[in-house]
Design a protein around this ligand. Structure first.
Ligand code: SF4
Length: 376
């Protein structure tokens, strides 16, 4: 399910110069001008069409479990349940983007305002998608998330002022990189970068995560996303190549500051990449895309899907996969008709790349819904 915020906040649109020209064409690269000290307006470079889009999370899901990939990316299943974690994470990202673009000095207030309107809208006029009424899991849970997110963002502003020293190049920056796999099959690698920043060290891609704790810090430098996004930025802007040095993980803990809670509430980790790392990232990306398209070719041949697709059950399935909680995975493993089963929990055939294709969604990145990695 997908809800795109709009209508009640006129300033939701990013200032993409030339986005009136987005009617059918899609941006090959949304680039910014030079690495200046002041915020630049994005400039669209309209040229090539979007060829089979691929994003990092699709490759990540495929590595994790073929069945999960099959449900999400091949059959286009989209759950009708709004997860409060997605709701919180998506709105926090939106407020942080507006803050770092200088459009608000008070992201907590903005978050609170948008969140309240969403909850009120849900109460008065239930959201419908494709004629189906979509129900929130629990409005009371969203109200708790609203309070929590507001407190997190208040704390973030103080933390940012005390700890950060950079100029913002852009936020929610869309990248579209034309590539080929090892059999010359074309695809467009797509990504949306939370924040691109520059200081005397160079240019980094910052990614915000809202998390219950900071356990991810231990392995974050191994996470493909933190290697691929800087690589993509270099591809999109070869003239910046020597300036792009890596990425940064910034986690906002889902915890209100109080006498009873223990700091820290924010954490950062810098991921520096060597020239060899950058070369390797490109190789890995093409190799994974090759596997992906090989799998798709087998599915296109027809035959028994179960000879190609299989689950990868692990302990973490219970908390990192919706197909465990909604029973779709178990239904598949019992040989049941998952199509009929899934109709009770969502819809099939939803384009997982719609937010990269829809002209309006490209310009308005606040999309609540598809987050395959189980959080932000
Ligand atoms: S629950 Fe586990 S095994 Fe099943 S689809 Fe999800 S990740 Fe795969």
């Amino acid at each position: 399910m997908e809800i795109i915020l709009g209508g009640f906040l006129p300033n939701l649109r990013l200032p993409l110069a030339g986005d009136a020209a987005l009617s059918k064409a899609l941006p090959l690269v949304i680039s910014t001008e030079v690495l200046g000290n002041q915020q630049q307006e994005s400039v669209l470079s309209l040229s090539a069409p979007l060829v089979r889009p691929v994003r990092n999370s699709e490759l990540s899901v495929l590595r994790r479990c073929k069945l999960k990939w099959y449900f999400t990316f091949w059959l286009g299943f989209l759950s009708s349940k709004i997860n409060k974690h997605f709701w919180l994470g998506t709105l926090v990202h939106f407020a942080l983007s507006e803050y770092h673009l200088g459009r608000t000095t008070d992201p907590a207030h903005l978050f609170n305002q948008v969140g309240k309107e969403l909850i009120a809208a849900e109460r008065i006029d239930p959201i419908t998608v494709g004629g189906e009424v979509i129900e929130f899991d629990n409005v009371a849970e969203l109200e708790i998330a609203l309070e929590l997110g507001t407190a997190m963002l208040e704390g973030y502003v103080d933390w940012h002022k005390q700890n950060d020293d950079f100029d913002v190049i852009d936020t929610e920056l869309g990248l579209y990189i034309q590539m080929q796999d090892y059999y010359d099959r074309p695809f467009t690698m797509v990504a949306r970068l939370d924040l691109v920043q520059e200081n005397s060290e160079g240019v980094r891609v910052r990614d915000f995560k809202t998390a219950a704790d900071f356990r991810d810090q231990k392995w974050i430098d191994q996470d493909q996303q933190f290697r691929r996004y800087p690589w993509m930025l270099r591809q999109a802007h070869p003239d910046w190549a020597s300036d792009v040095i890596g990425s940064e993980w910034v986690a906002l803990r889902k915890m209100k500051e109080s006498n009873r809670s223990k700091p820290p509430y924010f954490m950062r980790e810098l991921i520096d990449l060597t020239e060899e790392d950058f070369v390797e990232v490109g190789h890995e990306l093409r190799a994974e895309a090759t596997d992906l398209f090989d799998l798709e070719a087998k599915l296109q041949e027809g035959g028994d899907v179960r000879q190609v697709i299989y689950p990868n059950p692990m302990e973490r399935c219970t908390w990192d996969c919706d197909y465990s909680s909604n029973g779709l995975c178990q239904a598949w493993r019992r040989g049941l008709d998952v199509t009929e089963f899934g109709d009770h929990f969502g819809q099939w055939g939803v384009d997982p790349y719609i937010e990269y294709k829809d002209e309006w969604a490209v310009a308005v990145p606040v999309v609540i819904g598809r987050r395959e990695e189980g959080g932000h």
